[in-house]
Design a protein around this ligand. Sequence first.
Ligand SMILES: [Ca+2]
Ligand SMILES: [Ca+2]
Length: 417
Amino acid sequence: MRYTKRIIWRPGIVAAAVFAFLAVVFFTSHTSVRAEVTADKAWAMIEMMELQKTATDWNFYGGYRKGEWVEPCLDGTELVNIFGVTKTSSEWYELAMMYRDDAFSAYYAGDWTTAKDKAEYAKDIFDYLNNYCGQTIGFWKLGEIVTYPLTGNVYIGYEDWYNGDFDYNDFGMKFSVQEIYDKKDYLLEVKMTFTAVVYDSGMDHLIHIRRPFNGDFTYNVSRSVPAYPYYLTLWDGATGIETPAGTYSGSGELDVVLFNTSKYSWPQKEIGETVVVDVILANPELNPKEELTPPRSYFANGTEFFDMAPIMANYDPWEEGTLYECRFHIDDTQVISSTGNQHYTPDIIPTGTETPFILIVPYTDWIPPYEDSTITGPYQYFDDFYMTGMYANWYDPSNLRAGRNNVAYGGISWGPY
Ligand SMILES: [Ca+2]
Ligand SMILES: [Ca+2]
């Protein structure tokens, strides 16, 4: 979003204002409360308002067009912004809030200690506007930013062979994405961020991202390190090379080669190399927001369960490698038929268990297992999850097996937590 920000802290009346509003409008319905205000204060709260709302969080942009009730826009120079107010199931988070007045002074409330305080602040601001204008402020939706994960990143880890050691560190990267929709829920832009964190395999891989779209798009690839200029030849003779930084056009399906792991030494940990892929849709109306189902599922006792968020249905961080038959997509799984390569764990994942090749761990800066150490060594409930659907938070460091918070065989790859 194109807000410019100048920051001067000013708690006071603005602070008092904004948050009651949110409580009323978003949890019940909005009612206006009259109070004494002055014109200059009201003029100071201008320009545009945007409400973003999803089932699990709320992010608000707010504002008024000066002196009239017209469709808001994103290009105002005088505005009230209230943004980054996010509520998850039980906790409030807040990111920032800005109020800009006629004199182009901007006021942030980002130092509020809790998001609840910010919610009260936002309500008060809008009540203030209502009072001045003598009518209830309507909310209208200018757009929505879907962020996955809500904060931080997920770990995408690869097991690159059948009946392998299941250490999910053959390659690993952090991932986060923002999808920007307009007020009609049409997709405008997608911004994906990938950061390589581990390469711990005797094989080499091309790590791709594939994302389906409808119609044409342009996309920009930026890199913290210039693209590796050499091709990798795969097990079947196919070749590929990292997509260099630059701006491209495409249509239908996006496919970018993020990393060629042959450039890394073995092992290489906490790599920290970032690739950002920013896609602008030419035809948003062809890309409406849709309800999604996670791209793979499992069954236990006849009950279906999932191991990743629905949004991943649109993101395929697929890989192809130098080992025979190494070409795996997000929906590929294997049913273990031999356990001979599992090591350093008291919990062998039994034959018959269905496991993914590409693991999505929704925990920021997650630390994968040590080389050749089956994931059930440190993360003792991994197998329980994939066998039963229970222990869905198997990845949480609080569930590490006693004595396995160490950097060694049977432990974790770096750390400890
Ligand atoms: Ca492995
Ligand atoms: Ca490995």
